[in-house]
Design a protein around this ligand. Structure first.
Ligand code: XLS
Ligand code: NI
Ligand code: NI
Length: 439
């Protein structure tokens, strides 16, 4: 049974090719910066956007067929397994990410939900064994159901905390069964609408309790992968506790979770926090906490999470620069947390969208490697701080001077102004030149 009979296996056709269903930059086995592109990029399919999201929005019903010939809920879920693996095989995608709720219908209660999952997960596992496709990370949807209206770990209702814990336990079990490399927490409802009804300190303590319980359970079950928090400032709640990378790092340090948790940085969430994608990646990287990436992009003219496929080559280049600077992904990868626009409603559009995203990151990898080899930007940055490599600067870095020493030293400087330029425009020109020449 083929779900996409008109779509061939997608191949690399070269940058000048006009073939629609072909890669122009993603050449999986081509060695860049010491290893094949596919090992650098570690592309993953998001089960939710790709297999379940049908274009429904606040103003209208779905426009896309994500039932794949199924009629009953269970048959739809079963068909999605076949469609997902055919989709990934045809694109040469090596990983997938999932929420519990993406895989099987929730049914009337938790017991039914988990019975449904027990039917679908062996089917997924069998397809993983057949194809060699792996699980990048799993997660639990503890934000969609109305019971999570006040939050999951941060709900005012202890029964809901327990309910979320039960869902997370099962999702961790499935992730372990799939041999998943990671487990994500994205706290869509872990925030508040108004402080008039909210005990913020208590809620954040409870969020840490839930994550700690999950970490302890996962480790006790032998989960060796990485736990991730995915920061997002707002949407659906007005103010989310995992606002951005810096906020999450402070949380992880306060509750002593840095040993097991890293960050899953999503491009569009950075935009919503009024940061650049590269900023969020850099904050994570310099704190040794860059784990994985949700590869998408937002629309600077819109104030919500549009989850578009990433095609901005500056963003993919600077993102891959951060990935190369940290020495590449370990447990993480590039998960396309991205969906087709509502009017791009055909199955072919799904393939074209992934091709665009994969090519954009493949280009970004080549350009980032070229930037590092070119070396002008790195050298400029390093030279810019050269005053800390000798004299008083070195003493500051080595902790050899006190405030009084610096006082005396500064008095001795007389009139002193910094004379060197930041040269931003020149560096932007270098970036353009290297990007344009990198392929
Ligand atoms: C929503 C988030 C979500 C997470 C997984 O904005 O990006 O899709 O990645 O729960
Ligand atoms: Ni995401
Ligand atoms: Ni998102």
């Amino acid at each position: 049974m083929q779900y996409f009979p008109n779509i061939p296996k997608i191949e690399y056709a070269g940058k000048n090719s006009r073939r629609e269903l072909a890669f122009k930059h993603y050449d999986p086995d081509k060695v860049v910066a010491g290893k094949p592109m596919k090992d650098h990029l570690k592309f993953a399919m998001s089960w939710w956007h790709t297999m379940t999201a049908d274009g429904t929005d606040m103003f209208g019903v779905g426009t896309m067929d994500k039932k794949f010939g199924g009629v009953s809920d269970m048959k739809v879920s079963k068909n999605r397994v076949g469609a997902a693996f055919e989709f990934m095989e045809k694109l040469g995608i090596g990983y997938f990410c999932f929420h519990d709720k993406d895989l099987a219908p929730e049914g009337k209660d938790l017991k039914t939900f988990h019975e449904n999952l027990d039917v679908i997960t062996p089917m997924v596992k069998a397809e993983m064994d057949r194809t060699g496709i792996k699980c990048l990370w799993g997660t639990s949807n503890v934000f969609g159901n109305p019971r999570y209206v006040h939050g999951a770990g941060t709900s005012c209702d202890a029964n809901i905390f327990a309910y979320a814990a039960a869902q997370i336990k099962k999702a961790i079990d499935i992730t372990i069964e799939f041999g998943g490399d990671g487990y994500v927490f994205w706290g869509g409802r872990e925030g508040y609408e108004t402080l008039l009804n909210t005990d913020m300190g208590f809620e954040i303590d409870n969020l840490a309790r839930l994550l700690t319980l999950a970490r302890d359970y996962g480790r006790a079950q032998g989960f060796k992968g990485c736990f991730y928090i995915e920061p997002k400032p707002k949407e659906p709640t007005k103010h989310q506790y995992d606002f951005d990378a810096s906020t999450v790092l402070a949380f992880l340090r306060k509750y002593d979770l840095m040993g097991d948790f890293k960050l899953n940085i999503e491009a569009n969430h950075a935009t919503l926090a009024q940061h650049t994608f590269q900023h969020e990646l850099a904050v994570a990287r310099v704190n040794d906490a860059l784990g994985s990436i949700d590869a998408n992009q937002g629309d600077p003219n819109l104030g919500w999470d549009t989850d578009q496929f990433p095609t901005n080559l500056y963003d993919t280049t600077l993102a891959m620069l951060e990935v190369l600077r940290m020495g590449g992904f370990t447990t993480g990868g590039l998960n396309f947390d991205a969906k087709c626009r509502r009017p791009s409603m055909t199955h072919e559009d799904m393939f074209l969208a992934y091709i665009a995203g994969m090519d954009s990151f493949a280009f970004g990898l080549k350009a980032a490697d070229a930037l590092m080899k070119d070396g002008r930007i790195d050298k400029f940055v390093s030279d810019r701080y050269s005053s800390y490599k000798k004299g008083i600067g070195k003493k500051i870095v080595d902790g050899k001077v006190g405030l009084e020493d610096l006082y005396k030293y500064a008095l001795g400087l007389g009139e002193y102004t910094v004379g060197t330029s930041g040269r931003q425009e020149y560096l932007e020109e270098v970036l353009n030149q290297v990007m344009l020449e990198s392929d």
